[in-house]
Design a protein around this ligand. Sequence first.
Ligand SMILES: [Zn+2]
Ligand SMILES: [Zn+2]
Length: 503
Amino acid sequence: MSTSNESSINASLWARVSAVGRESLTPNAQIINTPFVGSDLTVVPSSSAFGAVARIVRLNALEPVDVFRLLRIRTRRADDLSALMTFSHAAQAALASALRLQGVPPTWNLTAWFPFQASSELLKPGWTFRYCPQCLHSGYHTLLHQLPWFQRCPWHGTQLRRECLRCGKKQMVLADWAFDANLTCACGHAPLSTRAALRRASGPPSGAADFIAEYLVWAAAERARNVLIVPELPEDTESALAELVHLPRDWMLQRGVTEGRLHRRTWRARRSVQSADREAIRHLDVLRHDRPGFLTVPSAIRNAIAGVAANLALKLPPSTLTDREMTLFLAGAGIDAPKCFEPAKRAFSGTLSALPPWELAGKQFLNLACLHPVAYRAVVGLCDVAQVGRSLFDFHGQATDAELELLTRVCGHLLARGYAEGLRATLSRHIPVLYEFGRDAPHLTKPWILASRDHTRLVRVRAVWKPMAFSGSAEELLEAEDQANLRREGRPRKRNQRGKLRQ
Ligand SMILES: [Zn+2]
Ligand SMILES: [Zn+2]
């Protein structure tokens, strides 16, 4: 009886074993499937590629040379391993293959975390490793910790760091470490603990996976709506993005407080717009030229532009503008010089008189040479986002009044601000006292813009202006930009060409 039982058990066991296949019976099977301790990434939800490497290096006591020998990731000792694992497709593919993953996990790509359409290369210049000390202690790092619009770890509430907690030096992430001490600082502080990393329970808190899943869904929905317009030669990208991206209110406490020092503004489409100026966007098309010369100011923007010139003229100290110059600065606003105005005792300046908008035959013309190109190229970028690949003709035919009004309103603001800054900068050569004007002292900024579309309709625009870093004066920078525009046009430069109407 017992013999027949045994044989039937053996037979069923054999049947099960045959169904599984031979290779899973070999003593090496476990090693083939998970070649490294810590390669089960489900323990570390949406870990960054760098986080996965750091953890595997520590738990398997790998040396720098093993990164190529075992993981097939090409590195040099001077490489920032965090930047390499974030931006190198080859390195990510090698790691995925070494870990026997089905392709590169989408969350290793920065763009999966962006709530706007932009290239992942956006954060590459000046990339530094940023981490939550509590998460990294147990070997966990996620790209969420790198996002500039989070200042704190969402589940620990800890301030995210770039530096060593003990000595304050930049956190060590080079592909160069002493045995069993990757990430350990020269001061001896070890942000990653082997013991903590080995304990499964000491990974990120249980809510982390849920929060990340919720965040990624939100980011994907936002990405479908939002387009980021990055200025030329972007500087200090992270602080601009920290101000530009707004997280859902429920998450605000978790992200921490931003410094909020930048000037920013949000515009929304209005519900009832009677009729928009349909010519406005057509006029702005001139801004696409390398050196656009003069803009025929759309009627919706004329008051704003004229106001910039008049306001500045009225603020100037006595005896800076001549009578005729003052008249030109105030003409667009339709006002006369105040009784207390004291004209300068010098000859009329052709250069100064070219700076206010020209009122001619019922139209207004703005000399674009006194605007920094980032101001009007932002306008072009925004028009492109609104047009969504359509020709100007098709766009005009399909755009609603509300959309056109929003676009014109924002373009007007961008131009008026660029003009106000450019005007002060250009005038400062002739009127150095402008540098004592505090908030109004010459300075230049770059706009960063987040444009939101509902399907193809532009519905909201948000902008932040980052102060421009430059050596020399703002006026010299404008002059240099104008020369660069001229070179783009491939024309020889004539002296004193600025300010003269090009035919
Ligand atoms: Zn944390
Ligand atoms: Zn240190």
